[in-house]
Each structure stands twice: as C-alpha cells, then as structure tokens.
Design a protein around this ligand. Structure first.
Ligand SMILES: Cc1ncc(COP(=O)(O)O)c(C=O)c1O
Length: 396
C-alpha cells in the first residue's frame, strides 16, 4: 500500500474542495481568469496595512545576534509580552505572557491544543456549519469531532449541547465570527455556555475545555465588537492568527492563549510548548513574530469588507436570494434555492461564478460566498447571480 489508510480516506474526503478548485481552473482556462468570478476562497484580497510593511522593512534591516536562530518553543519573550498586553485589553482581564504560545497560524494553534488535551477517543463538539479542517485537526490527535445543529441564527444551540455533553467530551469548539456564516456569538450565549460547561464538567468529573477559534475577531461590521471568552469560562483556550486581520495567511503566524484562571494552567502551557516542538513546528516564524509584536493591535480596516458585504447583500437580496447578513468575516452563507447545494453550485458555475456548497461545511442546503474579492469582481458578477437565480427558479 502506497500511503496509510487514513490518509487515503482523507484525500478522498477532501476531494470536494479539490474538485471545485479543478473545475475553477478548467473554467479559467476556457474563458480567461479575469472572466471567472471566484468566490470560493477565503484568501483575503486586501493588502496588509502599511504598518505591517513598515515593520517588515525595519525588522529585516535590524542587526540582532541570533536573529534567524532557534528560540524557546513558546516564542520570543518580548513578543509574548507585547501580544499578551494587547490580548489583556481585548479580554478585559490581565493575561500574562506565560499564557501565550506563538504558533504557525490558527491551524497550528488548534493542532497544538488538541495534541495537548486529547486522549484517544475523546470527543470535541462543534456546531454545524463549521470549518471542515476541524475534522482533520481533531483526528490528528486521536479525538473525534461531533457536530450538532446550531440555532436558526447560527449560534451554538445550548439545548442540543446539553444533550450531547458527556464524560467523553474533552472540549467544545466555537468559532466567532464564524466561517462560513459570518455570525458573531452574543455575550449572553458565551455566559450561558460557560455556566453549562462548568456544570457539566462537575457532573462528568473532568474539565471540559472551551476552545475559541477566532482568526476573524477584528473583521466585524456596524461597529460591533466580539465579546471576549476568558471572562465567561475559566477553562478556555483561544486559538487565533494574523492571517485575516493582517491579510498575511501565507506567513503562518498566530498564537494560542490559555486562560490565566484555567484549573490546569501549568500543565496546559507546558503541554502546548512541547506539542509545538514535537509536531515539528518547533517555533513560529521569527521575523513574523517580531513584526506582529511590534504592531500588536493593528489590523486591516474592516470597513473595506463591510462595503463589499453591503454591496453584495443589497444586490442579492433584491434578486431574491435568502440569507442572514454576516456580522463579521468576509463570508456570506445563503440558502440554496430548493435545498440542493450542489445544483446551485453547478448553476452558478454555468454563469462563471465559483462558490462552495454547504456540505463542504457539514450543512447541505446552503452555499458559501467568500467576498474577499475586488469591488469590480462583485459588481461584474451581479448579472450572473441574477441569471443563475432565474435558471434555478425554472428548475434548471
Ligand atoms: C475558522 C477558521 N479557523 C482556522 C483557520 C486557519 O487559519 P490560519 O491560516 O491562521 O491557520 C481558518 C482559515 O481559513 C478558518 O477559517
């Protein structure tokens, strides 16, 4: 056998996204890349903020001993200090540098967290729809991801959660602002979730962690802020990155932060430092650490995405597509007319629009549009959306 059974299965499972990517390439070859309206990828089109570019130039020119060398697996102490200060302001409580471990993006942070907390067969609960790499991240470390229905507003359904929390549950995973729905969970939800997890942990005789994956925290609209998680549940861990809020996903920089009030704080941070090392990350990229430390608190202007959201949503609403306006991220998650998400994707493709079916997020019957594209792409695509909608209404 050429590769492991698990990887063979994994390649099969992720073939949906691959097939879509290939279909997009074929379409681009047929009609020219500029004539394809590609809403399939969460790859920000915005340039990083000027402060990033300036810090990059300054940091690149600095002469420091051991500048490109290995370092402590948790990251550069001064960067952890600066990042912890910014996180303290955001969470509204003091977070020490020891809480933070610099990682290779939020994906790296989640893998480190799961490696640290999971025993074989442990369950991690998440609401549908969700970012489907989570299945792999949990499985990588011997756990099992279980998904459950969300509320109609795409918030975690605490009633469903209560039924599913058990002695086998190691963690509940939340993602707000959410990919793919753009929902931001309210403070009341987080407070009630914290209370529920505290009660269920007591009953189960084990700590059930709350893992908050929040790489889109800074991309929110209409002046809202994303409520912090640390005040509402002590056994919580944040996974985040600069991929979206600085528009640098290829640079692979982020961090995890353990709640300073976590019951097993010392075990968690020591385990995560070891996991960062033995997963082969060793440490997060040095240059990117220095830059993000220097400009801690800076992010892209969410107003730019808000304008795109407003433009796309107004036009699609008028055309009769149904959806909840996203409160954050750069994703829109409309209902598939007739409930057939694959049919909608095909109708859109015929109009040269690329999108991802809801089943790619564990929820058929919807589809995702990533509007981190140029204003021109959005404008030019609108007649195509209209034609696709009309074709679907005629059953084709
Ligand atoms: C919800 C969510 N979590 C995690 C990630 C991974 O982010 P990173 O590039 O920082 O690893 C993504 C990337 O799209 C995401 O959408």
């Amino acid at each position: 056998m050429s590769v492991s059974v698990k990887m063979k299965e994994g390649v099969e499972r992720s073939s949906l996204v691959r097939r879509m990517f290939e279909a997009g390439m074929v379409l681009a070859a047929e009609v020219g890349r500029e004539n394809v309206y590609d809403f399939s990828l969460g790859n920000p089109n915005m340039a990083p903020p000027p402060a990033f570019q300036e810090a990059l130039i300054r940091q690149a020119a600095l002469e420091l001993p051991g500048k490109h060398g290995y370092m402590a697996n948790a990251g550069l102490p001064e960067v952890r200090e600066l990042t912890a200060a910014a996180l303290s302001r955001e969470q509204g409580l003091p977070v020490p540098a020891e809480s933070l471990i610099m990682t290779c993006g939020a994906g790296g942070a989640l893998n480190v967290i799961f490696k640290t907390i999971l025993n074989p067969g442990d369950r991690v609960l998440v609401s549908r729809p969700y970012f489907m790499e989570y299945d792999f991240y949990v499985d990588n470390h011997g756990g099992l991801l279980e998904s459950l229905p969300a509320t109609p507003d795409f918030e975690p359904d605490l009633g469903e959660l209560e039924k599913r929390l058990s002695g086998k549950t190691a963690a509940v995973l939340i993602n707000s602002p959410n990919n793919p729905t753009g929902a931001v969970y309210g403070e009341g939800t987080l407070r009630a979730l914290g209370d529920l997890l505290r009660q269920k942990s007591r009953e189960a005789g084990r700590v059930i962690y709350l893992i908050s994956d929040e790489p889109y925290r800074k991309i929110v609209f209409d002046g809202i802020t994303v409520p912090p998680v640390f005040p509402y549940y002590e056994n919580s861990i944040i996974a985040t990155s600069y991929s979206k809020n600085l528009s640098i996903p290829g640079e692979r920089i982020g961090y995890l932060a353990v709640n300073p009030r976590a019951e097993f704080f010392a075990d968690l941070t020591a385990g995560a430092v070891l996991a960062n090392r033995i997963l082969g990350f060793v440490n997060a990229p040095a240059l990117m650490q220095r830059i993000t430390g220097e400009i801690a608190g800076v992010s892209v202007d969410p107003g730019v995405y808000q304008k795109k959201r407003d433009c796309l949503c107004a036009a699609l609403e008028e055309q009769g597509w149904e959806f909840k306006r996203p409160q954050g991220t750069f994703y829109l998650f409309p209902k598939a007319p007739g409930g057939d998400d694959l049919g909608v994707i095909e109708a859109l493709r015929r109009e040269r629009i690329l999108a991802v079916p809801g089943r790619g997020f564990g929820l058929p019957g919807y589809f995702r549009l990533a509007f981190c594209v140029s204003d021109q792409t959005i404008q030019a695509s609108l007649p195509s959306f209209k034609r696709a909608k009309a074709a679907l209404a005629q059953g084709g």
